[in-house]
Write a protein of this length. Structure first.
Length: 76
C-alpha cells in the first residue's frame, strides 16, 4: 500500500467526499434560508446541482442574493 497510486486513490477519495459534503451542505443551507422565496430556493438548488462547484462557491461567498439581485419584490 505504499505505492503512489494507492496514495493518489486515497487522496482522491477524501477530496470526493469533501466535495459531495460541501454540495449537500449548500443544498441544506438553501432549503433552510427564510430570506428566499420558493422559486429562488429552487433556482439556487438547480444551480448547485447542475453547476456544483460554481453554484456552491457563489452561495458560500455571495450569499442568497448576490449583488442584491432578487426575483421577487416582496421583502420578508
Amino acid at each position: 500500500m505504499d505505492s503512489p497510486a494507492a496514495l493518489a486513490v486515497a487522496l482522491a477519495s477524501v477530496v470526493a467526499v469533501l466535495y459531495i459534503a460541501a454540495i449537500a451542505y449548500a443544498i441544506v443551507q438553501i432549503a433552510r434560508t427564510r430570506d428566499l422565496s420558493e422559486v429562488e430556493k429552487a433556482l439556487w438548488m438547480i444551480a448547485v446541482v447542475f453547476a456544483p462547484l460554481l453554484g456552491a462557491l457563489v452561495w458560500y461567498f455571495a450569499g442568497p442574493h448576490p449583488f442584491g439581485l432578487r426575483l421577487t419584490h416582496k421583502v420578508r
